[in-house]
Design a binder for this molecule. Structure first.
Ligand SMILES: Cc1cc2nc3c(=O)[nH]c(=O)nc-3n(C[C@H](O)[C@H](O)[C@H](O)COP(=O)(O)OP(=O)(O)OC[C@H]3O[C@@H](n4cnc5c(N)ncnc54)[C@H](O)[C@@H]3O)c2cc1C
Length: 414
């Protein structure tokens, strides 16, 4: 009997457990998955929780509900991987051996990386919405906040779901309009990038929306410290932005277990082959989702497309066949723009977000790079798709793991 071990039962790990459950013969393979957290969170819902659009119940479920019965679900903290011995050590002192390892331990926010961030203003005037606790605390704050300078801030790239901070700013605009206090709230979006987003074509559309909604934008801001005594953030060039309420996306890093295992880069992300998902250092270790160092978005949609290709590659690896070099960086993302509308973007390693229709060429019904109410409904419907199809490995009709060029105004990036 051989052992396939998955580290992390978040979006990517759970999908892999479901895909491999149906593909690996139970007589030959044990499948195990390890996670320290009993709850599975629908992280895209952390964007809506602060604005009371979703309740806390709607963004979390018991993790075990999504793990197939045949797969052993080990609820423990992982200490480190010892690749030379094909072994994973748990914090409890126990160990698990593997023939094939899939690392899906995601990213964590590390607010301590910025001087002063976790000082007296943390959870008082400074909040994050990238964690369940942070998002809930921010909801409680927004319910009673009477206005002032709201700063929405990204500490450094890469972060998971790079559009989420922008979406937060757009939703904040609608939220305060609906509360009748928009004139009392001055919103500023502060980013280390030179524009609203990582991709120039989408940046144009998003910069326009920021202006239209009277949201100020401060770009190229590389934060050095939080000066909580004077209520401002300061960058390395001594630029300053004052806040009454700072909503920050702190530095994102791979789990410390990756550093302890000697497998990560300077941010604890794992060097991984961008098309096969095999790690560069060890042939029998694969990585998926936010834990990799791939130049793709860190997003659930990316993990979904990767999972389909990685499943085939695990089977090929077992059969000694060459791995498929098929992951093209495909990412697909709804961007909430407030007032009940959203944009949809679709891109990959070489193609910018393009205009066109999705998922059916020439038909849609969704339009790419255009704001619409239908896209917003798509974003809200995605929660159902996530719990009922995506996590369980059920194929989503007409959506392929590689980006389709049909019905889109394709332009190659040089
Ligand atoms: C606010 C927000 C909005 C988002 N919106 C979108 C969106 O609209 N569309 C989209 O596609 N994506 C979105 N995302 C991103 C998406 O949620 C992530 O990219 C996705 O969950 C990544 O999956 P993963 O499996 O790689 O990591 P995760 O789902 O984070 O799972 C990692 C798992 O590993 C476990 N783990 C880590 N270290 C250890 C350890 N040492 N021991 C034991 N267990 C460990 C964790 O407990 C966790 O369960 C959003 C994220 C956020 C925060």
């Amino acid at each position: 009997m051989k052992n396939l071990l998955i580290l992390g039962a978040g979006t990517a790990g759970t999908m892999m457990a479901n895909h491999l459950n149906s593909k690996l013969p139970a007589v030959d393979w044990n499948i195990s998955i390890i996670d320290e957290c009993k709850t599975h969170y629908y992280q895209p819902g952390f964007l809506f929780l602060p604005f009371d659009i979703y309740s806390s119940k709607q963004v979390k479920k018991k993790g075990s509900k999504f793990i197939p019965k045949r797969v052993s679900y080990i609820q423990q903290s992982i200490d480190k991987i010892i690749p030379e011995e094909n072994k994973v050590l748990l914090k409890s002192g126990e160990s698990c051996s593997y023939d094939i390892l899939i690392v899906a331990t995601g990213t964590k926010t590390v607010p301590e990386e910025i001087e002063g961030m976790t000082g007296p203003d943390w959870k008082n005037k400074i909040f994050d919405f990238y964690t369940y606790d942070g998002s809930k605390a921010l909801r409680d704050k927004l319910r009673v906040w009477e206005g002032g300078k709201l700063v929405v801030h990204i500490a450094e790239m890469p972060i998971k779901c790079p559009v989420a901070p922008l979406e937060f700013a757009f939703l904040a605009d609608s939220y305060f309009k609906n509360k009748g206090i928009r004139d009392k709230v001055d919103i500023t979006f502060v980013t280390p990038l030179s524009g609203a987003f990582t991709k120039p074509r989408a940046t144009q559309a998003l910069d326009y929306l920021l202006k239209e909604k009277n949201i100020k934008e401060v770009t190229d801001f590389n934060i050095e410290r939080v000066d909580y005594e004077n209520g401002k953030i300061v960058d390395y060039g001594e630029k300053e932005v004052a806040y009454d309420l700072l909503v920050t996306v702190p530095t994102n890093m791979g789990d410390p277990l990756i550093e302890r295992s000697g497998l990560g880069d300077e941010l604890n992300f794992i060097p991984t082959h961008k098309a096969t998902l095999q790690t560069l250092a060890h042939k029998n270790i694969f990585a998926i989702g936010d834990a990799t160092n791939l130049p793709a978005s860190k997003a659930g949609s990316v993990a979904h497309f990767e999972a389909e290709i990685l499943t085939d590659n695990v089977l090929r690896f077992i059969n000694d066949d060459p791995l498929k070099e098929e992951f093209d960086g495909h990412s697909n993302c709804f961007i909430e723009t407030g007032d009940g509308k959203a944009l949809l973007i679709d891109f990959n390693y070489t193609q910018e977000p393009v205009e066109g229709s999705f998922p059916l060429p020439g038909i849609g019904p969704l339009k790419l790079l255009k704001e619409s109410k239908l896209n917003h409904m798509g974003k809200l419907a995605f929660r159902w798709v996530y719990w009922n199809m995506l996590l369980k490995g059920v194929p989503i009709p007409f959506v392929s793991s590689q980006m389709s060029e049909k019905g889109k105004q394709i332009e190659k990036i040089k």
